[in-house]
Ligand binder design. Structure first.
Ligand code: ACM
Ligand code: ZN
Length: 753
């Protein structure tokens, strides 16, 4: 293919990397950390001249050693200090002072002068946050317990308090089990960022992770799944936390002012419990602990008194382990198929005069809510808990956008906000990058001023289907730095450019803490541009000024990307990015298919989903194909509906002999091939005649991410009007784990030849 480019300099990739490294080394690049680089940004910061010098004689004084014992011990583990009981008159010391004059339960003042450092707060939590800020003023070695004997911190006056009281992170230890010390390490990392909630996801289909003495099979059976991915060293993959482990973790978190909120999923996402105790399900059938990812129809029977007893017994042990006022009961993604076909569940609906399965779910959760309330706890659940009626006083965690939060607020319920659009750190940075997280505000647009207090805060969620322990850091960092600032810093003080600069400096701190952080963003944006007369082109652009982008076409040499690449034939374009002389991020691969329908205008009978819209209108005739990753931004999706595209070629009829609909199947995610593809033509745009129908070859039961081009061939025909229909598979079939739920149809291109 020909590339219409001026001034392109082609080099091979190896020499490019070597050149970049040489340039970097020869200019002696060395980061000079600024004196003060706080993250999250405090409410008020006044930098003063001079510094406080720590040395072997520096003392620590606390206004009370009772309430501040944890803070004293914590600080002395980080910075060697000599404990003093002198209430006044000494220089060269750090003072921790509890004072009712500070407003705000988590607020603190930190004052660094050449003679002493004072942290004043209303509570021990405030003192702890003051210590975290002090540590951020110290040399990086404070995080690796390798401080020099003498060091200085800059003088400053800081007044600080958080924007939101709930600053959380969800850690999913069910899909992948994470070791006790790893969980503790995350507690330390949360503390560094002044976050205060560890939402600990302990139950899901793929593993039950909390020891329950009354039901030993939960961990004997439910904590172990067949090791189909060869992740462990035996036949089974899994693990669990003993009650002693949990007490240890909760105590560790308490010292760091982190509340651990356990999540015990119900009535769905609980196949691990049913594997251990099949009598808890509607069928009583014996089932394995699930090994696949997705949503499964095996849920607790809502018409069985044994289930109520089981859940109350389990929760009684959970409450004894977790002092948290809030207890998370899950409540998300509950397929109702089993309840629809269960005599006991249907009997309960009838007896209790319920309108159907949604109200049955509400009935089920209200009983749990009552139990938690009797025990002086507050129920938290995902936004589905509102379906069929919100249990009294329950807190709604909004994940499907902000709708759950809005609904909660309207009904006077508190909410925690963690939408997939900003807070899902299992998503690739291609979808949710650092800047996108920073754009987040937990307060939904239009939230009345007098209801803002109902927004407790937000969370970032680390679902671990694709994140075994060794990959967690790279998904969580650096994006959690943005989340921490969103939840702590006053929105009017936040500014992305300034935050980004501070992130660059905090990488040194993360390195000292041994954090294997990942990328800030997908480095390359592939911009598709259509030039009238010249046809389609692709411009690979950097997403940040410190990234340099190179491209190659059909495995040719890599060239600097500084202008659009004109596309005249079917081709594969690869893009790579360099940052500070090093490769940054994954290679971007774009497949372009040349065909007669490029840029053809069509009308859709039913619009694509707002969640899967590729590049919007025209995406099915732009020539760009998707990858097996349905979230790669090239796929358009329809849930339940068919794709019906109608083209008007009446002014310039087109000659065709084949129409291809390019589709994806990923049935774990409820995406199926279409039932059929039908091609119709018309001479007047009103009466259409079918000229061909094709069905996919892909087996609907086949797992994985499967691509198929479904081709409809016919005798060469001149076409004025064309209608292409890809018929949605309808519902997930009987055998499917989410039987009866609406199926998705995913298409990336309609190829006309
Ligand atoms: C969720 O992501 N299913 C809460
Ligand atoms: Zn049932």
């Amino acid at each position: 293919m020909r590339i219409f480019r001026k001034n392109i300099k082609c080099v091979n990739l190896t020499s490019l990397i070597l050149l970049a490294i040489t340039v970097l080394c020869s200019c002696g690049h060395k980061e000079q950390p600024a004196k003060i680089c706080l993250l999250p940004l405090p409410r008020q910061l006044l930098v003063e001249p001079g510094s406080f010098e720590f040395n072997s004689k520096t003392k620590l004084y606390a206004s009370t050693t009772d309430s501040l014992q944890n803070e004293i011990t914590y600080l002395m583990e980080k910075i060697p200090l000599v404990l003093s009981t002198e209430s006044a008159g000494e220089n060269n010391r750090v003072e921790l002072i509890l004072s009712n004059e500070i407003e705000g339960i988590e607020a603190y003042n930190l004052n660094v002068t050449p003679v002493k450092i004072t942290i004043t707060a209303r509570s021990s939590a405030g003192v702890f946050y003051g210590i975290q800020t002090l540590m951020q003023l110290c040399p990086t070695e404070v995080y690796s317990r390798a401080l020099p004997a003498e060091f200085a911190v800059p003088c400053a006056e800081i007044s600080d308090s958080p924007a939101f009281p709930w600053r959380g992170m969800l850690l999913d230890c069910s899909r992948h089990f994470m070791k006790k010390d790893f969980v503790k390490r995350y507690i330390d990392l949360l503390a560094y960022l002044k976050m205060n909630t560890l939402h600990w996801h302990l139950v899901d289909d793929q593993g039950w992770r909390i020891e329950i003495k009354k039901y030993p099979r939960l961990t004997e059976v439910g904590a172990w799944r067949e090791d189909v991915k060869n992740e462990g060293d035996g036949e089974k993959y899994g693990g669990y936390y003993s009650q002693d482990d949990i007490r240890e973790i909760v105590d560790y978190a308490k010292v760091r002012h982190i509340n651990v909120v356990p999540e015990i999923e119900m009535p769905g996402h609980c196949q691990s419990a049913i594997a251990a105790y099949p009598e808890l399900s509607c069928t009583g059938d014996s089932l394995p602990v699930e090994t696949r990812w997705g949503v499964f129809k095996e849920i607790y029977c809502a018409g069985n008194p044994e289930t109520d007893k089981f859940l109350k017994d389990v929760l009684a042990e959970v409450l004894a382990l977790f002092p948290s006022k809030y207890i998370h009961i899950g409540g998300d993604e509950v397929p109702k198929y089993r309840w629809q076909h269960c005599a006991k569940c249907q009997g309960t609906i009838k007896r209790e005069n319920l309108t159907g399965e949604e109200e049955l779910q509400s009935f089920f959760l209200r009983k749990i809510n009552r139990f938690l309330k009797e025990n002086d706890r507050i129920m938290v659940g995902w936004d589905e808990i509102a379906e069929g009626g919100l249990p009294e006083d329950a807190v709604v965690q909004s994940w499907r956008g902000f709708e759950g939060a809005n609904h909660a607020i309207k009904n006077g319920h508190s909410t925690i906000v963690s939408p997939t659009s900003h807070a899902y750190f299992d998503y690739d940075v291609k979808e949710t990058d650092l800047k996108q997280v920073y754009r987040f505000s937990p307060i939904p647009t239009g939230c009345p001023l007098d209801s803002i207090h109902l927004v407790l805060g937000g969370e970032c969620n680390l679902w671990s289907e694709h994140a075994p322990q060794q990959l967690v850091d790279s998904k969580v960092f650096p994006r959690i730095l943005a989340m921490a600032e969103v939840l702590w810093t006053n929105p009017t003080e936040r500014q992305y450019g300034d935050f980004y600069q501070r992130v660059q400096k905090h990488y040194l701190r993360l390195q000292a803490m041994g954090v294997a952080y990942g990328h800030e963003t997908a480095p390359i944006i592939a911009k598709q541009i259509f030039f009238k007369g010249n046809g389609p082109s692709l411009f690979l652009k950097n997403t940040s000024p410190d990234l340099e982008i190179f491209f190659s076409v059909n495995d040719g040499p890599f060239c600097v990307s500084n202008a659009p690449i004109m596309l005249k034939e079917t081709s594969c374009i690869r893009g790579i990015a360099m940052k500070n002389g090093k490769r940054y991020g994954d290679t971007l691969v774009v497949h372009f298919t040349q065909h007669a329908g490029i840029a053809a205008v069509y009308k859709l009978k039913t619009p694509f989903s707002e969640y899967y819209k590729a590049h919007g209108e025209g995406s099915l005739s732009d020539g760009f194909k998707g990858s097996p990753d349905f979230r790669d931004g090239q796929w358009q999706g329809w849930t339940s509906d068919d794709l019906v595209a109608t083209y008007d070629f009446s002014e310039d009829p087109i000659t065709l002999s084949q129409v291809t609909v390019s589709c994806l199947q990923s049935n774990n995610s409820w995406i199926f091939m279409p039932a059929e593809v039908c091609v119709e033509i018309s001479t007047d745009g009103t009466i259409f005649t079918t000229i061909g129908v094709a069905t996919p070859n892909t087996d609907p039961r086949a797992r994985g991410h499967l691509l198929e081009e479904i081709k409809v061939s016919f005798d060469t025909t001149t076409v004025s009007y064309l209608r292409v229909t890809a018929k949605n598979a309808g519902r997930c079939p009987e055998w499917h784990e989410a039987a009866g739920s609406p199926a998705w149809l995913f298409v990336d291109e309609i190829i006309l030849e």
